[in-house]
Design a protein. Sequence first.
Length: 764
Amino acid sequence: MSTITAVRDAPGRLDAPATSPTAEDAERARRLWSLLPVVAVSGAAGYGFARVFPVSELLPVLAVAVFAPVVLSAVLSGLLRRRTDPTATAPLWPSALLTGVAWAVVVSATLFHEVSDGLPGGPALRAAWAALLDAPHALLSTILPAPGEPELLVLPHAVVWTATAVSAELALRTRAPLLPALPAVLALGFPLVLGADGPGSAYPAASALAGATALLVLVRSRSRLPLRAMALRLPVVAAPALVVGLLGPYLPGLGAPADLTEAVTPPTVRPQATSPLDQVAAWMRNGDEKVFTVRTSGTAPGNYRLAVLDRYDGTTWTSGAGLTRTGGRVPAEKDADPGRTKTLEQRFTVQSLPGIWLPAADRPASVSTPGGTSLSVDPDSGVLSTGDAVPPGFTYTATSHLPVYDAERLRYATTADNPARVALPAVDAAGQPITSVRSFRRIAERVTQGSTHPYEQAVRLADWLRTAYRLDPGALPGHTYRSLEFFLADGGRGTSEQFAAAFAVLARTLGLPTRVAVGFRSGTQTGAGTWQVRGRDVLAWPEVEFTGVGWVPFHPTPGEATQGGSVGVSAQEPEEPRNAGRETTDPARPSTSPSTSPRTPDAAAPAAGEGPGSGPPLWLTVPLALLLLTTAYVLYALWLPYRRRSRRRGDPDARRRVLGAWQQIVEHLTEIGLPATGAHTAQEVADFGAERVGGAVGGRLPALATLVNEVAYAGRRPDVAAADAAWADCEAVEKTVRDRVPRRTRLVRLLRSAARGRGRGRRA
């Protein structure tokens, strides 16, 4: 017997480990279940890349990078444990090695499958490694969201895969409740830094990560909660998510991360193409040539901007655009807010458009091109480029928010401090002063004499050019100093090339920063929302930069004062058109008098189809309207009985005051069971009240009923004291009824009777 006892008590035998396998199995099951919140934590961290890539391109990558490592870790954990002691921890190096091999196979078969036909060969792995090293710099030098290309998507794929694999191993190998969430928190730092300049907000991803982390802690809690108790604690998981999502933007120390794009020098791409301004005359000569078609929706189309030329060397206007790669977003103009906007969506089909530029209305906000198109944008001007010649049949869509300028705001606006857009060559190659510049300055000063603000100066210049000179589609091209001198002094005729260039040069002599835009008018309408743009629709116009407003277009070309569309700022047409002297030293007076206030036709009256800047979106307007209507109805239902009671009690006639008090009593007794038939006699109502209300209050109702009958049918004239006593009885009944009827029931009755309550008030 003692031998058996000794054997049972010996360590490593029967008694000591009797409950150990059960505890080990429970702990292992808990760790396996914790892989589910690990998936949520990693997925939330990966969703932070939604500011860097389009969601449609990102989700397939996240699906693979989140689920594959978790499944792999779970399978490897089971396989390795079968080969070793079940109570021991499996070695880490086989899991790490197999996870790395699995990533190489998956990334070769998905993102880089075209490099080596889906096989994890050397070419695919070298391409993936090179892209992974170059992706951070490429993303920091791209206007976000970046295009969903394998060379860029490999970064979130690798980051999320690594974070998920480490989190899964920590969940399977440790007991710490919070430790498996650490890799996901670190992984979220990548999109926070890379997407600092991207659209949207990082708080949704951070909120989801906080909630998933709370769920992870709940599942891995050492308190060994039963399943039902854990389910009851699930609402607590939402608390961290709500705190981060709702209060995160307002918590101290949680500001936006540093924007590293300012520290990265993007590859500067200068367009090497013929200036579109030099092609204006050719387009005019081939006026019937079809350039492109456009289908629009939203507001009426205006002019379509093709290119912006901001540098002038005395011979030609050229573009200083620095093209930056973009996934379709065009950043807003810095330090500029034109005010209200109108949205215009456009779908272009190119027919014959030489050069590398893509037209769009004003400054587009977003552009969508066919897959495989390399799209670039100049962040300064917002013009678009494909980098190569645009082939016929090329289609793309653009969304623009056309500004609706406020003339009163522009009237007193100052010009922006932009020395590069004011500069004019003043000396020739030999160092001698160029006399043309002095002549241009004298013309500009005479035309704008008496003007006190930059906007008024620009308006007068545009008015003068439009009324003093004539548009000639067959005029010779050229915008050199000599060509502009001939146009202003002797020619008097020109295309929009000369009008725009002359305005830009004259304005620069006055210190106004200018540039020249080249594009097309809206064209000829060929159907509902469809327009055909031809060569004759080509147009050049100048723009002036104002502080806080941005670049504002003007239209000095004759006939363009009313054709600028929603993007144009046109001056007031003169009442008496007259020809001006062409002599350089004696230009004509401006066509608008100093007392005439410049105005913007499109800003004078709001137009239909205003854009996002003009009011809240529909998804917010409808719920708010319903909420306001519901609130108004509830307030009306609460106010109506109060108003009716006040009118009855405050009636100057004591007779009507007594009858009003009785009517109040009848309405309140109806709430506790009196049938609302209206056929009860006063004594019947009093008997019901005496029975239901009881006490001294109920005992006084028969006497009040007698008074009511005498007042209503016997012609008795009660005094003020009798009326006050009737209302004292009424208040006592009201208090008793309020104590017996729940508030919710009273509120429901008020809401139901609100519609017919007005009629009862009139009868009373």
